[in-house]
Design a protein around this ligand. Structure first.
Ligand code: PHE
Length: 447
């Protein structure tokens, strides 16, 4: 396939919506507030911001640049740079696509629950109380059915390709997400108790600062910018050559961080509004209950306590979560789809269906063995694989790719870059600092 047959984002706005859509996901609206609530509020927030700016953002530029240079799927893009060792390059591409698929297989289960919680108030209103209960009660049948529904939505978008599927849907859904966010935050701040949540969020409790907080903040930053798994590489490959990559990456990172921050402004205050309304949020020891379940236990209880307004807010809130999840899951699925389509010369339609089906099967296996597998798959793929693959991409960019060829690529869309401080620092930074810092964060607990 020549590069002109490949899809391409049709506008810079479309790309930013798609890349920000990939970045903004359950990591921002669920993972980040949950971690912040349980890890000392702003103590976590500040370490996270530090990780974002100093590690994840430079790596985002790296992945986008590798992808745009390759003009191909991650396997082929890596091969094109690592010409001396193509099989090893391809192997890392395959590991990335497997990791993206692993993430999607557990992510789709979570997203399925969110669909359930969004549909339940509707079922309630039309009198289907039994259905509403089923939708929010943990069980293999519910978990699998809703995962199927979410995966169908993902396949529906990805099948249509880059501009008609990914770009179009991201550009439609992301603005809706912003509007819902602002409306919900505005509403929550009119409620009693919101200020206590704000205090918990923005006043750092430094006694929580330890090695595991730092590892978690790093994992969270990598997860949030969709790094490591080739998602940004493949989106970069659909980027036209007149785009200024560092600038565009900066905008994507700012949107992503902004949305995570906003999610904190929504969810932590909402917890304390729930407390004010009689929902228990702390146990006898004064610890937050059900930290991972915050969104699934505390918030529905809050919406329940608010009468009819609560039903509407609940639907809006879970719609927001599903939108965030969908614009991310399409990026995950695009990684293996682009590989199968281009490496095996398969039609996009067929590749999408085969991969959607296979990943769905993995989701069903995880759902059926939930306690044994869910955390394991989530932790292995996000906390370990994503940053470790980040080390590999840093090595590819810093040590394997010739500096001239890198400069030639990044200069397109930014002709003056050679004279900027960015060019003086960034290649060196990705070559030495990023891989070393990631490895040190991992090694620290063992030192
Ligand atoms: N960034 C997404 C989130 O925060 C997750 C993601 C990871 C998306 C990897 C694509 C690839 O939820």
């Amino acid at each position: 396939m020549t590069s002109s047959d490949r899809g391409q984002f049709t506008s810079r706005f479309g790309f930013i919506m798609a890349a920000a859509g990939s970045a903004v996901g359950l990591g921002n609206v669920w993972g980040f507030p949950t971690q912040t609530a349980t890890n000392g509020g702003a103590a976590f927030l500040l370490v996270y911001l530090f990780m974002m700016a100093l590690l994840a953002f430079p790596m985002l530029i790296a992945e986008l640049t590798i992808g745009r240079y390759g003009q191909s799927n991650p396997i082929a893009s890596l091969r094109k740079i690592w010409v001396k060792n193509k099989p090893v390059a391809a192997m890392f591409g395959v590991i990335a696509l497997l990791t993206a698929s692993m993430i999607l297989s557990f992510y789709a289960i979570l997203a399925g629950w969110l669909i359930g919680f969004g549909l339940a108030p509707i079922a309630d209103v039309i009198g289907l109380n039994g259905v509403a209960d089923w939708l929010v009660t943990f069980g293999t049948a519910r978990n699998v059915s809703l995962t199927v529904l979410f995966m169908l939505m993902t396949v529906f978008v990805v099948r249509r390709g880059v501009s008609d599927g990914i770009e179009k849907w991201s550009s439609r859904l992301m603005p809706v997400l912003f509007v819902l966010f602002i409306a919900l935050i505005g509403y929550i701040f009119t409620q009693d108790g919101a200020m206590d949540g704000l205090e918990m969020y923005l006043v750092p409790k430094w006694n929580h600062l330890n090695a595991s907080l730092v590892v978690n903040a790093m994992g969270q930053a990598f997860f949030s910018l969709s790094l490591g798994v080739g998602a940004m590489m493949v989106y970069g490959s659909y980027l036209s050559k007149d785009i200024n990559i560092p600038k565009t990456a900066g905008q994507v990172a700012i949107i992503d961080t902004g949305v995570a921050f906003m999610a904190g402004l929504l969810i932590l205050p909402a917890m304390f509004v729930a407390k004010e309304n009689g929902v228990q949020i702390f146990n006898e020891l004064g610890e937050l209950i059900s930290s991972g379940n915050l969104v699934f236990v505390v918030l529905p209880a809050l919406f329940d306590s608010m009468g009819l307004a609560g039903e509407v807010i609940g639907i809006a809130f879970f719609a927001l979560m599903v939108i965030a999840a969908l614009t991310s899951s399409i990026a995950m699925l695009e990684v293996p789809v682009s590989c199968l389509q281009e490496e095996a010369k398969m039609s996009r339609n067929k590749a999408t269906k085969i991969l959607g089906g296979t990943i769905l099967l993995c989701s069903a296996i995880i759902a059926a063995n939930f306690n044994a597998l869910f955390d394991l798959v989530a932790t292995a793929s996000t906390v370990y694989m994503q940053p470790l693959l980040g080390v590999v991409w840093a090595v590819v960019l810093g040590w394997i790719w010739s500096r001239n060829s890198l400069l030639e690529e990044i200069r397109q869309g930014n002709p003056e870059i050679e004279q900027t401080w960015f060019w003086k620092i960034w290649p060196w930074y990705v070559k030495f600092v990023c891989p070393a810092a990631i490895l040190i964060v991992f090694a620290y607990p063992f030192l």
